[in-house]
Write a protein that binds this ligand. Structure first.
Ligand SMILES: [Zn+2]
Length: 207
């Protein structure tokens, strides 16, 4: 049986994710319980926000422990609906230590308009490990959204085998970005949200 008491309270990374929730909510990136956050606890186990919890008001008990096989090990409630996407990312790359998902205005609007998003000429692109020249485009894949998480996970896994810039978008839905630790994943989300907002401002309002 899963334990009802969080065994993660002493992990300083949990406090980081709780703080990111407050910051992201203040910026309008995780409205109305949207988004979800996870981190790797052990090679084959993660902590992930539970379903339906407001990201601006996270508590240690809002994180559940889930194995990479999908089994719930500890915590109260249901893991996030999109847990399967997080598990796919942790399974495909052992270096990933944290995955963050946001639903901002900029990432929602642009992912509905463009089949891929090429970001170019932004100084902030340097937080991505493969970008040493801001004039070379950072190509962000956009995948069609799907309510079947297992099917979506298979499709994204295949797409990332072709190109894996450390982040992707789901059309009309949101942004996923990851890193070796919470700080690096947060830096990527902040960089991408800045660039997507700049792209949206450059395009102007919908005609
Ligand atoms: Zn979502």
């Amino acid at each position: 049986m899963p334990q009802r008491v969080s065994v993660l309270s002493g992990d300083p990374r949990l406090a980081q994710l709780i703080e990111f929730g407050r910051q992201f909510h203040a910026r309008g990136w995780v409205p109305a319980t949207g988004g979800n956050f996870s981190l790797r606890l052990q090679p084959d186990r993660i902590a992930i926000t539970r379903s339906g919890v407001h990201k601006g008001e996270l508590q240690p008990r809002d994180f559940l422990q889930v194995g990479l096989n999908g089994r719930l090990y500890a915590g109260d409630g249901k893991p996030s609906y999109e847990t399967e996407l997080h598990l796919m990312l942790y399974r495909r790359d052992g270096r990933i230590g944290c995955v963050l998902h946001t639903h901002s205005v900029a990432n929602t609007v642009l992912s509905r308009r463009r089949p891929t998003i090429d970001l170019r000429g932004y100084e902030v692109m340097k937080v991505f490990p493969d970008v040493d020249d801001p004039e070379r485009p950072l190509q962000l894949p956009v995948f069609a959204n799907d309510q079947s998480m297992p099917q979506l996970a298979v499709r994204i896994d295949a797409g990332l085998r072709e190109r894996d810039p450390g982040a992707f978008l789901l059309a009309g839905h949101g942004l996923y970005a990851w890193g070796a630790d919470p700080g690096r994943a947060r830096d990527r989300v902040e960089a991408l949200e800045l660039m997507l907002e700049c792209e949206l401002w450059t395009e102007g309002p919908v005609p």
